[in-house]
Design a protein around this ligand. Structure first.
Ligand code: UDP
Length: 254
């Protein structure tokens, strides 16, 4: 029997009420079962976008796991009556998966970023004290008609985990469209994580993350993100006007 997580819904979008340890259990379970599965780390921008794109709502409902990535969705979950203490971000979960991959000799394929980024990330990951098995790499700037060739490359590399950093929602749409053809037990959209692993961009310092200000750190470092982040006040307004706690659902605080 596969692991079942508590499932919530925020503005029509499915979200699993999980912490990092539970998310990692799902990863392990999927690798043991060897069934292709998709993990989505959902943030407020993605929920807002889904309000205008029902395909995304459907895509989230079909994933193996949808984690609360971002302080906005954690706040919305709490407002809906769920007890949840922490986010499970794309980068946080990816780093844990990579640690576990070193222990368990899982094979990891890196797909995404500008040409050279996945190679550099792979080089750095192989350099560490406990090298990671990088089964293959490919950059993320390819037209749709190249997908079959890339899928073939991934299949031939037989990874246990596929990290896809094409930016949201493209990465999640791409994984969902090719999940069966890829045949990889764990496929996860990781946004700009490959850039961080390659040393091209920096992750927000711990104190900023603790304060839930990762979005502000990224905005300061990449001002062009302002356009996307304009969705955040609109998301907040929707949550304030539409999400109410029922008091029915609860879960021990961790
Ligand atoms: N990217 C890509 N192909 C594209 C567009 C973007 O590989 O066609 C990469 C980009 O180089 C970056 C990541 O996708 O590494 C996007 O990161 P972003 O910060 O937008 O994602 P987020 O972390 O916000 O989801």
């Amino acid at each position: 029997m596969s692991l079942v997580c508590e499932r919530a819904e925020i503005l029509g979008c499915r979200l699993d009420v999980v912490d990092m340890a539970e998310a990692l259990q799902v990863v392990e379970d999927s690798i043991q079962r060897r069934e292709p599965s998709q993990i989505i780390t959902l943030n407020a921008e993605m929920v807002y976008r889904a309000q205008h794109d029902p395909r995304l709502i459907d895509l989230y409902s079909r994933a193996r796991l949808v984690t609360p990535d971002g302080i906005g969705v954690v706040w919305a979950l709490r407002r809906a009556g769920w007890k949840i203490s922490r986010r499970v971000t794309g980068i946080g979960l990816t780093l844990k998966i990579l640690d576990r991959a070193r222990e368990k000799n899982w094979r990891v394929f890196l797909l995404g970023g500008e040409p050279g980024i996945a190679e550099e990330a792979a080089r750095r990951l192989a350099e560490s004290d406990r090298p990671l098995i990088v089964a293959g790499v490919h950059h993320g700037y390819f037209p749709d008609n190249e997908s079959p060739r890339i899928i073939e490359q991934v299949r031939a590399a037989r990874p246990d985990v596929l990290l896809v950093g094409l930016g949201a929602p493209r990465q999640d749409i791409w994984i969902a469209a090719h999940l069966e053809a890829l045949g990889v037990p764990v496929c996860i959209g990781v946004g700009g994580t490959l850039d961080v692993l390659a040393g091209k961009t920096k992750r927000a310092p711990r104190v900023w993350r603790r304060l839930g200000l990762e979005w502000l750190f990224r905005l300061i470092n990449e001002p062009s993100r302002i356009k996307r982040q304009l969705a955040l006040p609109k998301f907040a307004w929707l949550v304030l006007t539409k999400v109410r706690g029922t008091g029915r659902r609860s879960r021990p605080q961790q």
